[in-house]
Design a protein around this ligand. Structure first.
Ligand code: ING
Length: 312
């Protein structure tokens, strides 16, 4: 009997600085309901879904940025989302800025959680590949100060048994790094959930702007195919506080094919009924690690060529 999970990718349009958490949660609840109406078991929201992408601004005093963080989850603002999800019997993935105390000190993470159909948090991931810069670059039309506001995630690349399969999470820049997908793939992941906020124009690499959508899908389709897993990529999209964020939210099969894709730059729910056993077939044949990798030979080759030459 196949193991099907109907997944909704809930793309979110621009969130402005003036939008309250309550206003945003109302939009998320509308998307959750749209997913329930399409029979979704799980609805995936983007990275940093509760606020505007605040790392585009330089705050001299980092505590000024703390207003964009959540100190508890759920909390008063997000409780309605958890309650509605439980009432509808739909799970969800939520990206948000996490401010917590660990090892006796304040910690700031770019975080994503997995919530099951009972409203319980069953998984958490903290972004490992924190891009951008920490210094003020006022000459840029908008900045990318994630390195100033977030620490490197300290939870590794965990997978979770949920929704009848094995689920992993990545956040935005993580999706560009093969090791991130591979770390989940080597644990047998069957669904990778990835929220992202990606500006079309990257001030540091303007020559790549024309490829922003291509690189977005290339990264996730490769991750899906080479690890025989479903990948659900969900954007915060549209013209947000002077930055043009790409959309292109999509549901990608383990074959690497895009099975559903958003067509707007705004709030939009796309859904697909995902057969988790599709990946199992690829892992048993095409990507049978034990059969085709033969560690004793591979290890020798890597040892022979294992020297990583320093840049010139
Ligand atoms: N955003 C971007 C991303 O990796 C970026 C950062 C933009 C990298 C453009 C390269 C080019 O999609 C986040 N939030 O990681």
């Amino acid at each position: 009997m196949s193991r099907n999970v109907t997944i909704g990718a809930a793309q979110v349009g621009p969130i402005l600085r003036e939008h309250s958490r309550g206003e945003v949660v109302e939009r998320l609840i509308a998307l959750l309901r749209a997913g329930a109406a399409k029979g979704c078991d799980l609805v995936v929201f983007p990275e940093l879904t509760l606020t505007t992408f605040f790392p585009r601004w330089f705050f001299q005093d980092e505590s000024e940025a703390d207003i964009f963080f959540e100190t508890e989850m759920p909390n008063a603002a997000t409780a309605p989302l958890f309650e509605e999800a439980k009432r509808l019997g739909v799970g969800f993935h939520l990206g948000y800025a996490e401010l917590t105390v660990e090892d006796g000190r304040q910690r700031h993470f770019n975080t994503a959680i997995l919530v099951d159909k009972t409203g319980a948090i069953v998984g958490k991931y903290r972004k490992v590949h924190v891009p951008g810069h920490s210094d003020d670059r006022p000459s840029y039309p908008y900045q990318h100060l994630e390195k100033k506001y977030f620490e490197t995630g300290n939870l590794g690349f965990p997978v979770f048994r949920a929704f009848g399969g094995i689920v992993g999470m990545l956040i935005c820049n993580d999706r560009r790094w093969p090791e991130a997908h591979r770390s989940l793939g080597l644990q047998g992941v069957e669904m990778v959930l990835v929220g992202y906020n990606t500006p079309r124009h990257a001030p540091a690499t303007p020559h790549l702007d024309r490829l922003s959508e291509f690189h977005n899908h290339l990264s996730m389709q490769a991750g899906a195919y080479q690890n025989a897993t479903w990948v659900i990529g969900v954007a915060k999209a549209g013209w947000e506080e002077g930055a043009d964020l790409i959309g292109g939210s999509c549901i990608i099969a383990p074959t690497g094919e895009i099975m559903a894709q958003a067509v707007s730059q705004d709030d939009e729910l796309i859904a697909f009924d995902c057969d988790l056993d599709l990946g199992r077939g690829l892992r048993e044949h095409l990507f049978n690690f034990a059969d085709h990798r033969q560690p004793q030979h591979y290890r020798r080759l890597v040892d022979q060529t294992g020297v990583i030459l320093p840049p010139e």
